[in-house]
Design a protein around this ligand. Structure first.
Ligand code: 6CS
Ligand code: FE
Length: 311
């Protein structure tokens, strides 16, 4: 397939090509709108420099406990276990990820519209936003496998038709993240570079990629260059901690060899001005639970309610 003329980030190519600087801003609001939000100029500048921000104990213990109880209930819930968005670990019955969690749970859905999150989203994306993808990654004790290094944007661009880098992931720890249970690792500054990846995308690639990603993974040479230059950060913290990371920030995680699960919640917000197109890899779009195309109206903040009590 020829590269489309509207493709700012060609990837899944037949042969290796050089990395280049991103062609989009990192913080999208400008002027007065940039100042009009919960993030300080220092935090915005750090996000622009590193591609992520960390807030320890962002949610209080009681709220996190409720979400964790929901998780336990899902492990016993046949409807959820059978649902297309529930991915098990390779060769095992243990849950690896549940996609579309905000459509399965009113409590998670309300959290997507918590103004404490949404006000930051709007400040970073410079517009209203909607949920492109939501998920819980379980990483069960002993059997939880890792995630290879990747940029989420590379997959969302190639397989979901997300045109520009104007999306952001909010990851909330539902269990403690320690150095031992496979915490998220990020490469600071990597979001500034787009790394085209090699290899054509087969139809329905997601059926294997969500268990183990083979395509859309930079070459060892590209990884070596980016990681040697920038290093690796693995923020750890108690349950309730929040990591905000830009859609092109290189990240991955190790397996969980401890007895304790490491579960994280992810909400991916996309700008309403960055609507999905046909996938740039040329395949048909992925299902909605991975790349939402149906509920794209701007999220409205739930201002006057105690979010911890509802749902
Ligand atoms: O394919 C996807 O959309 C997902 N895969 C990975 C490894 N990270 C982001 C996203 O959830
Ligand atoms: Fe990812």
């Amino acid at each position: 397939m020829d590269t489309r003329s509207d493709d700012f980030y060609p990837t899944r190519l037949e042969r290796p090509t050089s990395s280049y600087d991103r062609r989009d801003p990192v913080v999208h609001s400008t002027g007065a709108a940039r100042k009009d939000g919960p993030l300080s100029e220092t935090e915005l500048a750090r996000y622009e420099r590193d591609g992520f921000l960390v807030f320890n104990s962002f949610l209080d213990e009681t709220t996190v406990r409720r979400f964790r109880e929901d998780l336990r209930a899902y492990e016993e819930d046949d409807g959820i276990l059978q649902s297309e968005g529930t991915i098990t670990e390779p060769g095992k019955q243990e849950i690896r990820s549940i996609f579309g969690i905000h459509e399965l749970s009113a409590r998670f859905d309300r959290l997507t519209r918590d103004p404490r999150l949404l006000d930051m989203v709007q400040q970073l994306l410079g517009s209203d936003a909607y949920i492109h993808q939501s998920r819980i990654n379980y990483k069960p004790g002993f059997h939880g496998k890792g995630f290879d290094w990747h940029s989420d944007f590379e997959t969302w661009h190639a397989e979901d038709g997300m045109p520009r880098m104007r999306a952001v992931s909010f990851s909330i720890a539902l269990t403690d993240n320690t150095p031992f249970n496979g915490p998220l690792m990020l490469v600071p500054g990597s979001h500034k570079t787009f790394v085209p990846c090699v290899g054509r995308t087969p139809e329905d690639n997601y059926q294997s990629s969500l268990k183990k990603q083979e395509l859309g993974v930079p070459s060892n040479r590209d990884l070596d260059a980016l990681i040697s230059q920038n290093g690796i950060k693995a923020p750890t913290g108690p349950a309730g901690s929040l990591i905000i990371f830009e859609c092109n920030t290189l990240h991955g995680s190790n397996a969980n060899m401890t007895p304790w699960p490491r579960s994280n919640l992810f909400f991916v917000y996309n700008s309403v001005e960055n609507a999905l197109e046909q996938p740039f890899c040329g395949n048909k779009p992925r299902p909605d639970f991975l790349g939402n195309r149906n509920h794209t109206e701007a999220l409205q903040p739930l201002r006057d309610r105690d979010l911890s009590k509802v749902g």
